[in-house]
Design a protein around this ligand. Structure first.
Ligand SMILES: O=C(O)c1ccccc1NCC(=O)[C@H](O)[C@H](O)COP(=O)(O)O
Length: 212
């Protein structure tokens, strides 16, 4: 069954919607430039609202150990998603130090970008293929940008993986048919406005995935 991650949750209604729609993961963003950024206190409060059976993944962009450690403890994170320029050595170091799952986001625009993913095989617990945002973009992810999913057809990164970038309830079926992704990750596609999750869109997204 395709796994689902709802990224960038900021309130209990989004967590409840994700839980009732049987999402597998919720993502907490720890990146001050993001409209989805959470303080440690906010994250700790939200973590308490996540039912067992849903894993909490913290998203970081080139963060240091101090920042990651504080968030892992405050939000009792099950995993860390590295969404910046972290190389394989940094991914390995985060895994060894914090003992949580490590996901590495790999930005994709062309076929050549896929090769980068293999550097994380055997190190990252999951590789997340996300669209490369345009130069000068406000954020390196979470912007509803998609890439050509056909690039992933038949590609084996050598590790568990997932697909992100520009997914929503109306596109995820085609994305899954094209890529056979074992996990899909969505943020802006289940929002009403930037950073504000829609429980109805979360439910519709999960239903579209499960309908496959
Ligand atoms: O969500 C953010 O604000 C964010 C900030 C910095 C790096 C990554 C960020 N989000 C990543 C995601 O939420 C997802 O992994 C992915 O990019 C999908 O986003 P979307 O295209 O909006 O569905």
């Amino acid at each position: 069954m395709t796994r689902i991650k709802i990224c960038g949750v900021r309130d209990r209604a989004a967590i409840e919607a994700a839980a009732s729609a049987r999402a597998d993961y919720v993502g907490f963003v720890f990146f001050s430039k993001s409209p989805r950024d959470l303080s440690l206190d906010e994250a700790a409060g939200l973590a308490g609202a996540v039912p067992s059976g849903i894993a909490r993944i913290g998203l970081f962009v080139d963060a240091d150990d101090e920042a990651i450690g504080a968030a892992v403890r405050a939000a009792r994170l099950d995993g860390v998603q590295l969404h910046g320029n972290e190389g394989p050595d940094r991914a390995a170091s985060v895994k060894a130090r914090f003992g949580v799952e490590v996901w590495k986001a790999v930005p994709v625009a062309t076929h050549a970008d896929l090769a980068a993913a293999r550097r994380y095989a055997g190190i990252a617990d999951r590789i997340l293929f996300d669209a490369k945002t345009p130069p000068g973009a406000a954020l390196p992810g979470g912007m509803g940008v998609r890439f050509d999913w056909r690039l992933l057809a038949g590609f084996d990164p050598g590790a568990p993986w997932g697909l992100a970038g520009g997914l929503d309830a109306s596109t995820v079926g085609e994305a899954l048919a094209t890529t056979q992704a074992p996990l899909v990750d969505v943020s802006s596609g289940v929002e009403d406005t930037l950073g504000v999750k829609s429980p109805a869109k979360i439910r519709a997204f999960c239903e579209a995935v499960r309908a496959r």
